[in-house]
Unconditional design. Structure first.
Length: 136
């Protein structure tokens, strides 16, 4: 049994030994590795010697330019707000003391607090969905 195992090991090792004698073995890892970022139409440079590896990666149009996914983000300041939303804010402010206004002023001010909380929750939910869709 041991003899068969030795013969099988010798037969399996023979092709590996023959193959390793045909090709020279490298002395180890390459002496130099260069990593280069390319912009625009630049081409990857050739290695200076056989012991050098050059790794190239395309980095876009220009190193000084903002990537396309971050350009032209919509503004969220006051001048960029729609007129309909501005009117909703004005109407909410002027509604104090009226029925369903959720204020301490006036006779009907206490009604409408739950309605206002639900409207605010729904608006916050829509705002989060819009902001989540814009994040790259």
């Amino acid at each position: 049994m041991l003899a068969r195992l030795m013969i099988a090991t010798a037969l399996l090792a023979a092709p590996a030994l023959a193959h390793s004698q045909d090709q020279p073995t490298p002395d180890g890892p390459p002496k130099r590795v260069r990593s280069i970022l390319l912009y625009g139409q630049e081409s990857c440079p050739k290695p200076a010697n056989p012991d050098e590896i050059v790794v190239c990666s395309n980095a876009g149009d220009s190193p000084y330019r903002i990537p396309k996914r971050f350009r032209d983000q919509p503004k969220e300041d006051a001048p960029s707000t729609s007129w309909s939303r501005r009117m909703e804010v004005v109407e909410d402010f002027n509604r104090a003391g009226m029925p369903n206004s959720c204020s301490a002023v006036g006779t009907g001010g206490q009604t409408g607090c739950s309605r206002q909380l639900l409207q605010q929750w729904y608006q916050d939910k829509l705002d989060r969905e819009v902001k989540g869709a814009r994040v790259p």
